[in-house]
Design a protein around this ligand. Structure first.
Ligand SMILES: C[S@@+](CC[C@H](N)C(=O)[O-])C[C@H]1O[C@@H](n2cnc3c(N)ncnc32)[C@H](O)[C@@H]1O
Length: 251
């Protein structure tokens, strides 16, 4: 019998679902055609009934409900052919984990990581969003993705590494989504970025905010890695990262 799902996870997802209903997420597969670069590529893929059953079974085993809203159908992925990593997909899971940022976006917005542009499209039409600056490390990702995206005049993409780039203005909302997966070591990177960028927040705006994709999950994963050092405790891999691995890397 599958273990009972923790109530906290259930209610978190319930509120995400309500929030998600209010956001019009784009069908990226209709926007981004398949395209091959030297290192990166945009490819389409399908989630079949079997994939879906497997994802739900995995959730049940680990007492999660992260794939509850996942549907069969065609999707888009951005892959790094050099490392074999899938950097971004447009499945339900990505909507859920970015919904907080999308709701908070207002004024001048800074985003680290272009990916497939999934989070740009729902915020660019918000009246309260004035400008969107995206910093992307890989020129080829910009070249593959940006020409296809129906972005408006609020959006500007800069080719730079967020760890090195120096902002020239302050922002109301700063958000980093540069990671391909959930790993404990990424938590340290969020701390580095927080220290570097918090001074670029508009402190006179009470709603100003700096955030990181799945930072809490990085923290939990880090805790597990640390606990593994204790030889008395044997732990499985983080279910969150396993699940995420499935979502981003298995299609
Ligand atoms: C998960 S994807 C971003 C997803 C994006 N939020 C979207 O809506 O599609 C991560 C992106 O961050 C980029 N990236 C990784 N490290 C970076 C860095 N240090 N500076 C800027 N961009 C980076 C990757 O090339 C990739 O395009």
């Amino acid at each position: 019998m599958a273990p009972a799902r923790p109530n906290k996870v259930k209610s978190e997802h319930h509120s995400w679902r309500l929030q998600l209903k209010k956001i019009k997420f784009p069908r990226m597969v209709e926007i981004l055609p398949e395209v091959e670069g030297n290192r990166f590529a945009i490819r389409h893929f399908e989630i079949s009934n079997n994939n879906l059953r497997f994802a739900l079974l995995r959730d049940a085993i680990y007492g999660k409900c992260e794939n509850t809203g996942l549907e069969t159908g065609k999707y888009v992925k951005l892959i790094d052919k050099e490392t074999g990593q899938t950097l971004m997909v447009d499945t339900w899971n990505e909507f859920v984990t970015n919904v907080d940022f999308i709701n908070r976006a207002h004024g001048d917005v800074l985003i680290g990581g272009l990916g497939i542009g999934l989070v740009i499209l729902p915020i660019q039409d918000k009246k309260e969003v004035k400008s969107i600056t995206v910093v992307e490390k890989h020129r080829e990702v910009i070249d593959l993705v940006l020409p296809q995206l129906p972005v408006n005049s609020k959006v500007k993409v800069i080719h730079a590494d967020v760890f090195e780039w120096v902002a020239e203005q302050r922002y109301n909302v700063i958000y980093f989504d540069i990671w391909d997966n959930v790993r404990g070591e990424y938590y340290k990177e969020t701390k580095t970025l927080y220290k570097k960028y918090r001074k670029f927040l508009k402190h006179d705006d009470p709603r100003s905010w700096i955030g990181f994709w799945r930072q809490e999950d990085f923290k939990r994963a880090l805790k597990k890695v640390r606990m593994k050092k204790n030889p008395g405790i044997i732990l499985l891999d983080s279910p969150i990262s396993l699940k995420h691995y499935f979502i981003k890397s298995s299609y």
